[in-house]
Ligand binder design. Structure first.
Ligand code: 3PG
Length: 399
């Protein structure tokens, strides 16, 4: 792949796709990890005399009324603070106002274009110009600059006009940014060339979201620890009683096939924190194995934590995606927090975390900087772990 260092930058209009899809509350950016993670590439471009023209989506725009709450303006303000220099915010995604603003840029200037998904709704209709990779839109955006840098790893599993569309229209001039390179290096090495033992920890509510990842990792990892709601579909497949726990009935057969193939590679919870309702204030108890009717498992229990730590303690590579319980309810966050804390102690191992809840857990614990890599990709990191080609990466030019 070409990298940003392979491109001419001095005096060039450098189109950059970043993933600034960050949480916004009351017009202010919350967690700015994704903005911070893009700074090295932006700084490299402007320090080398480039004119950085940034594109990102924010949330999902499906109707006209979604637009005001999903404006990029708060992101421009945060970026300006982080860069300690002005950032020109252009509140539209096409037309004269945008073209004039680009014409007025000087070397080293930074401009942020409005949310690329504003293009998904035109005159009140959900037309998906951006999300559907409308060829005219990619061509138009590409025409606004000289070269293209894609640093949006978090969006790389999408085939949209602002990543794939622009890249296709800049053959030989479309490169990966530093964040993109870093994500590919850590996730790629973990999956294809891991130091062993390699242990994957997968959690989250649904097996259906993770089947592809489990399938791919069964051939690559030494152990796969399963926690969170998805564990109970595996319980059902093993004939363990699940009570009122979350089970995807139509996935029980797939779970059986995975269990057959996995042998002792798959590590399931031994005990669980069960609750009498799906509520933080529910009555709870810890049970081993069978879960009675009227009770649902909402977190892993202390013996499971111990067992998981036992599997993890000698690991040399760990990849973690997905919570061990209903992390958003404080009374069922313990399993996730315990695993996060333990990862922070594995200083000899390469530790990689992806996905919103797992990342939130390690940040809340203050162990994030003890880990090797926190991926900025949720869906993108899962797609990567599935061993699939990511369109956003595939579209960047080969050297
Ligand atoms: C993400 O947050 O996973 C990416 O920014 C992609 O967002 P999307 O799922 O709305 O396409």
């Amino acid at each position: 792949k070409l990298t940003v260092e392979d491109l001419p930058l001095e005096g060039q209009k450098v189109l950059m796709r970043v993933d600034f899809n960050v949480p916004i509350k009351d017009g202010v950016v919350g967690d700015d990890n994704r903005i911070v993670a893009a700074l090295p590439t932006i700084k490299y471009v402007i320090d080398h005399g480039g004119r950085a023209i940034l594109f990102s989506h924010l949330g999902r725009v499906k109707k006209e009324e979604d637009k005001p709450g999903l404006s990029m303006r708060p992101v421009a303000e945060r970026l300006s603070n982080l860069l300690n220099k002005p950032v020109t915010f252009v509140p539209v995604t096409e037309g004269k106002q945008l073209e004039d603003a680009i014409d007025n840029m000087k070397n080293g200037d930074v401009l942020l274009v409005q949310n690329t998904r504003y293009e998904d709704v035109k005159d009140g209709e959900y037309v998906k110009r951006e999300s559907g990779n409308d060829p005219e839109l990619g061509k138009y955006w590409a025409s606004l600059g000289d070269v293209f840098v894609n640093d949006a790893f978090g969006t790389a599993h999408r085939k949209h006009a602002s990543n794939v569309g622009i890249a296709t229209n800049k053959p030989g001039k479309a490169a990966a940014g530093y964040l993109m390179e870093k994500e590919i290096k850590f996730l790629g090495d973990a999956v294809d060339n891991p130091e062993r033992p390699f242990v994957a920890i997968l959690g989250g509510a649904k097996v259906s979201d993770k089947i592809g990842v489990i399938d791919n990792l069964l051939d690559k990892a030494d152990k796969i620890i399963i926690g969170g709601g998805m564990a109970y579909t595996f319980y059902a497949a093993k004939g363990i009683k699940v009570g009122n726990s979350l089970v995807e009935k139509d996935k029980i057969d797939v779970a059986k096939q995975i269990l057959d193939k996995a042998g002792d590679k798959l590590v399931l919870p031994i005990d669980n924190v069960v609750a009498d309702k799906f509520n933080n204030d529910a009555d709870t108890k810890v049970v081993e194995g069978d879960i009675d009717d009227g009770w649902m498992a909402l977190d892993i229990g202390p013996k499971s934590v111990e067992e998981f730590e036992n599997v993890l303690k000698d690991a040399k590579t760990v990849v973690w995606n997905g919570p061990m319980g209903v992390f958003e309810m404080p009374n069922f966050a313990k399993g996730t927090l315990e695993i996060g804390k333990f990862l922070g102690t594995l200083t000899d191992a390469t530790t990689i975390v992806g996905g919103g809840d797992s990342t939130a857990a390690v940040k809340e614990l203050g162990v994030a900087d003890k880990l090797t890599h926190i991926s900025t990709g949720g869906g993108a990191s899962l797609t990567y772990l599935e061993g699939k080609t990511l369109p956003g990466i595939a579209a960047i030019s080969e050297k």
